[in-house]
Design a protein around this ligand. Structure first.
Ligand code: MG
Ligand code: MG
Length: 248
């Protein structure tokens, strides 16, 4: 069942996602060569603590940290640890504040140091495909149209869409209906309605789309070890567009 949120619920989701946006800003400010992913996670944990909230990720399904931090070939669900961030890495940070019973959810990929043009172009394509998706969201639009637009934009540039993981509804649960795939057929799929809140999150690989989950049961990597990028916003659907809840 797709839950239509009330305006007071959307206000809470806005607050959760604004804190999430600001935590990602703090991570962007702090990230540097030589830092471990665990140290970067600490920045986010402390940011949330300073604002009186917890990360909705901590303990979610047993996840052991405040953010998923995924480096290069890691697509999503990287567990913060001893991995040292190197010059030229691209680092995806995905997190969400848990505020008054509602989940924030947003992700960005950061370029650290001297990043290759190829990697920067991958990041740019992923981010731009999310922006295109956001520009399409409004009541009446179908998710197949949005997924198709994300897929086409990235595939036209030679990249692959990871299919095993998708965007989702978000609210009192981090993952609600509907699924929001980053691929699709125009004219197909769920029709959006005002009051739906969805997270749109293209996960795009430079090489082949095939992924595997590491033995830690979380970290998703590309099988061909090609780098991947991930950008995500949570949005509230309105009759004539959307409100990007995880924007500034
Ligand atoms: Mg996320
Ligand atoms: Mg998400």
């Amino acid at each position: 069942m797709i839950i239509i949120k009330t305006s007071s619920e959307i206000a809470k989701l806005r607050k959760a996602n604004k804190l999430t946006h600001d935590a990602l800003d703090a991570a962007e400010e702090a990230i540097r060569i030589g830092m471990t992913t665990k140290e970067l996670d600490e920045v986010i944990r402390k940011f949330f603590a300073a604002h009186g909230v917890k990360s909705g990720f901590l303990g979610y399904g047993g996840f052991p940290a405040s953010a998923c931090i995924s480096v290069n070939e890691e697509v999503i669900h990287g567990i913060p640890g001893d991995r040292v961030i190197q010059d030229g890495d691209i680092v995806s940070v995905d997190t969400g504040a848990y505020y008054e019973g509602y989940y924030g959810d947003s992700a960005r990929t950061f370029a650290v140091g001297n990043v290759s043009q190829e990697r920067l172009a991958l990041m740019k394509s992923t981010k731009e495909s999310l922006e295109i998706a956001l520009s399409m969201v409004k009541a009446g639009v179908r998710l197949g149209d949005i997924g198709h637009a994300i897929q086409k934009y990235n595939e036209d540039r030679g990249y692959s869409v990871v299919r095993e993981f998708v965007g989702h509804g978000v609210g009192k649960d981090m993952h609600e209906e509907p699924e929001v795939p980053n691929y699709g057929k125009p004219g197909h799929g769920v029709r959006l309605a005002a009051g739906m809140v969805i997270a749109i999150e293209p996960m795009i690989a430079m090489g082949k789309p095939d992924i595997k989950v590491l033995s830690n049961q979380w970290t998703v990597v590309t099988k061909d070890k090609s780098p991947a990028a991930h950008f995500e916003h949570s949005v509230a659907v309105t009759t004539d567009g959307c409100v990007v809840l995880s924007a500034e």
